[in-house]
Design a protein around this ligand. Sequence first.
Ligand SMILES: *Cc1c(COP(=O)(O)O)cnc(C)c1O
Length: 453
Amino acid sequence: MDSVGSQIVNKDLKYIWHPCSQMMDYEELKPVIIERGQGVNLFSYDGKKYIDVVSSWWCNLLGHCNERISNAVKKQLDTLEHVIFANFSHTKAIELCEELSHVLPEGLEKFCFTDNGSSAIEAAMKMSFQYHYQTGNPQKTRFMALTDAYHGETIGALSVGGVDLYSQIYKPVLLDVIRIQGPDCYRCPYGLNPKDCNARCIEHAKSCFEKWGNNTAAIVIEPLVQAAAGMKIYSPKYLSDLRKLCDEYNVHLIADEIATGYGRTGKMFACDHAEISPDIMCLSKGLTGGYMPMALAITTRKIYDAFYAPYNEGKAFMHSHTYSGNPLACAAALEVLKILEEENVIEKARKKALYFNSQIKDKFSNHKNVGDIRSIGLINAIELVDDRNTKTPFNSNLRTGYQIYKKALEKGVILRPLGDVIYFNPPLIIEKADMDYVIQAAYESMCEILDGK
Ligand SMILES: *Cc1c(COP(=O)(O)O)cnc(C)c1O
C-alpha cells in the first residue's frame, strides 16, 4: 500500500469502531479502504479490485453505482431530500407502495416505513402485540421464533434471534421468547431426506403452539433461508404448515424477508415458493438496491383496521422514525422495482443460478471437508466440516472460515464466511466470468488453508 493509503488506514483505526468485528483482528488484517464501486466490483484506494460476492452484506442487488438508480437518486436530491412523514407525504413513497402492492403476496396492503431491517422487525412485533391487545386478546404478550434465527440487533429483534454468537451475552436483558426447534436439513434429527420428509420437524412447532399459542402474539421467521445461521435452507412445506398453525391459534406470521426478498431465492419473495401470505412482511436490504437505509413492515387491512378509531380511544400506532419514508430512499426503491420488471432481472438470475450452482458442485463436492452444498436462487453455501461422515464441525477456535476469507481477499474476492460456511450471495446481475472467477478463487483459498497447498 502506498503511504497515502496507509495514512488513511491509520486514521480509520484511530476513529472507527467497525460493525460485528473484534477490532484487535484489524491489527493484522487492516480495513480495506474502498474508493469506488462498479457493478459487482469494488476498487480499493490502492487500486485493487474486489468482487463483491456478498453484495455488501446482502443488500446490493443490481450492482454498485447502477446508472439508473444513481440517476433516480440524483434527480430526487435536487427536488426533495426529506420531509416529515406524519401528515405529510410525497409522490415517491406513494408510487413505491403502489408498485410494490402489485408484486407482494395477496393481502399485504398497508405500508409502515422504518429506516433499517431491525427497526422493521421491532415495528412488526409492536404492531402485532397492539393488534391483539386492541382486539380482546391482551394475554397475547409473547413471541415465538426458530432456533438459529436472525432478525437484527436491537433488543426486540435480538430477542427473537437465536444465534448465540450475537445474543448470548445480552440474554439478561432480552425478551423471554418461545424458541421452536427449527428445520435443520443437513443434520436432520429424524434422519430424513428433505426431498420427501414432508416437513416432519413441524412437530415441535405444533407442540409449542398447543402449549403457548393462546399467549402468543406472533411468530417471527426467515422464510426458507436462515441466512445468518449459515444460509440454512428449508422446505416450503414447513412454511405452509406454519401458516396453518398461525391461523389455527390466531398468531401472526411475521415474515422477515429482509435477506430473502427481492429475487434472492429465485422468486420475488421466499413466501412465494410456499404460496403463502404472512400477516406482516418486513423488507429492507434489496429494497433500495443497497443504496439507502430503508425498511418496511407491510401488513393487512385487518391489522390496520384494529388501529383505526377516533383519536381519543388511544388506538393509534404511535411508532415513528425520524427518517420514515425518506424520499431519496423511496426514489431508489422505486427505480429498483422498475429495473427488476423492465430488465427481467429475476428471470435472468434464475438461469444464472443453474449455472452457478452446477459449477460450485463440480468444483467443491469431492473435497474431504465439504459437508454440505446448498443453494436457492443465486445463494449458494458450502458448509465445511472436520469430518464429513460424522458431520463434525471444525474446532471453532481454528477460525477456519476466517482464514479462508483472508486468503480469498488476497485473490480479490470478498467471501466473509458465516463461521465455517463459505457462501456466495452476489448481486443478481453477476456474469459468468465473475462466477467462474469467484468459484476458482474460493476453491483455491479453501485448499490453501485445509490442505496446505
Ligand atoms: C440483515 C437482516 C436483518 C437486520 O437488518 P439491519 O438493517 O441490519 O438492521 C434482519 N433480518 C434479516 C433476515 C437480515 O438478514
